[in-house]
Design a protein around this ligand. Sequence first.
Ligand SMILES: O=C(O)CCC(=O)C(=O)O
Ligand SMILES: [Fe+2]
Length: 280
Amino acid sequence: MQVKVVDYRAADAAEQFTRSLHETGFGVLINHPLQQALVEKIYADWLDFFNGTDKQQYAFSTETQDGYFSTEISETAKGHTQKDIKEYFHVYPWGRIPAQLKADAMDYYTQANRLAQQLLSWVQQHTPADIAAGYSEPLSQMIDGSRLTLLRVLRYPPLTGQEPAGSLRAAAHGDINLLTILPAANEPGLQVLSKDGQWLDVPSDFGMLIINIGDMLQEASRGYYPSTQHRVVNPTGEGAKRSRVSLPLFLHPREDVVLSERYTAHSYLEERLRELGVKK
Ligand SMILES: O=C(O)CCC(=O)C(=O)O
Ligand SMILES: [Fe+2]
């Protein structure tokens, strides 16, 4: 298995891209419309923020989930016992955002949401009719007016050598949401679990955009689009001295969206956040 790199401008981009999502849970786009210069500026400005002390004033709220999550309270992936080696900030348009970082973060949030809506309509168009018949509403409509779509700015600090044995920058997990949109990070490390149980590097050269299916879309599509396990491995050598910054946009449906007979978006999210240990 290999995650395919698809040219967003190719005539058959939608077909190739959605086939990759069906086969691997992941797809990688080049020549996509998100501005690389903006992504890089966000990486640089937020790295300064994480290196400073202001972040302590934005401690996240268990109720609303916006704000800063320190390495001490960082999430523990489902089925794991060690916390991930990461700190992060959850940006929601209605949430707290440091003033000097707000304009760029919201600009990116808007651009990425627009692209996501189009990608969801590609996914919809290429869903087999019997599966699509089970969607409670068109996929791109599920995110209309959602308050829960979330831009996560992640910083994986340089390693100290004191990390607990076996802990990873991000332990193997599936994302909770519908679809995740992730520009290539400033450092390598992202891997995806293949069907035959091998960890493979996700193509993530400069400028690539990585998209993966989340558990909610797996649930809504009855597994046709799989939410594939992925992780971020610890660097060795010189790379261990450097921070890694990444910027996933987690696309969430409106809370009232019916995902399946078992779940609404709301009931699903509550269950998963409790499992992650970031909600009571
Ligand atoms: O940092 C990355 O490249 C991936 C992050 C991720 O998988 C997540 O936060 O869910
Ligand atoms: Fe993830």
